[in-house]
Design a protein around this ligand. Sequence first.
Ligand code: GDP
Length: 467
Amino acid sequence: PDVEYEKLRRRVTTNIQEFWNYVHAEVQKVEKKLNVDSPELKKSLANLQSLANEHKQSLLSDIDQMKLTDGYEYWRHKEAKELSDLVQKRLHYLQNPDDCSTARKLVCRLNKGCGYGCQLHHLVYCFIMAYATERTMILKSKGWRYHKNGWEEVFQPISDTCTDSNGVTHASWPGQLNTQVITLPIIDSLNPRPPYLPLAIPADLAPRLMKLHGDPIVWWIGQFLKYLLRPTGDTRQMLENGIERLGFKRPIVGVHVRRTDKVGTEAAFHGIDEYMAAVDEYYAQIELTQSVDKKRVFLASDDPKVIDEARKRYPNYEIIGDPDVAKIAAVSTRYTDTSLYGIILDIHLLSLSDYLVCTFSSQVCRVAYEIMNTFYPDASGRFKSLDDIYYYGGQNAHNRQAVLPHKPKSHDEIQMNVGDLVGVAGNHWNGFSKGKNTRTSQTGLFPSFKVNDKVEIVDLPTYSNVK
Ligand code: GDP
């Protein structure tokens, strides 16, 4: 297909949703202002909401069908596989140098003081740095807080030939080009910061990625996770046990509810009804073209009470999830590290779901979304975040580019000319996003549909001897 066709098709999909977000939020605003004694007006507004929502679902469903019937589906699958195979081969090549004693190395310590999702992102950052500097990544994981004996008992070693961090010369980042062993700090302390940190994608793959995928950086991050998270036999057994014991079957919507320490510090509280409203929407839409035997939800949370609450309040759903499932799933494996197995299994099942509902402020859900994108040519539309847009902790600037001009209608909106770059802070999911116009330095709201994402492209090694 033509790249412009693919971009437009995805833009229409996103903006049908944005259009609905706008209408829905505006009608709600009007409803709040309404007098108690205007029942007729209330009723018309309720009807408007309900039929406009049906309109939206029908449009989204139609454009989905259009994708399935435009003749390019075969190409999408083939292209996704070829691109993934190429990147996986490059990573394998990078990680298995002919002579480890002379290889240039980048040492990454798995000791970032944070949760499992955050630590995976730390590893991915190290791996991107390794890829960009053509250095074999050496992982130091003994004493890992999630598994004392280290990474290699849980996932396959990241190298078959080179795990030794010795070398002739050592330095901390950035070192010299010819320093044999360089040690990386965490991304937050990295100095200098190279341009190839997320959200940048490699120039040699960019044209293909931008045609294939609605959010190429998510695809790119996903490929590093795909390599890193190849399970050992025990871990694979545990995942299979978990799928069977839970009765995990598609269609299914993955819901992640992050509570406990996160709420009030790094994220706001969201009631289960907010998540389930998004689940309802998903099922209503797919039911336009397929019959759903049982509406299933896989529910993962750090707060086990959420699962009971959801089962009580939503009896028409089959809600799958069990805080103790890791114990059951670990049976017949050598490691019974249930806190680690619990989070690995939860992320795995979230990523295997057809659609994700969660808060992108949580790294657990962002990781699940990244992994999900390794299972589809393009899963960039298969989520609903109740708070943040997708981001990568420690990322470089995230810009969007105006494709339509905007004249502010109120003091909290910003003016935009076509071509302006806007540093985007977030989507308010009401038709508007917030950002800073880099031309005028004005910060405020703008209609989300008037911009496109500006993909950052950087020159990186092309691994030309890997075919
Ligand atoms: P964030 O704090 O949500 O951004 O993600 P992190 O991964 O950095 O830290 C959260 C930690 O809380 C995880 O690593 C888990 O240990 C735990 N946790 C959060 N959500 C879940 C969940 O759904 N299931 C399980 N098993 N653990 C969770």
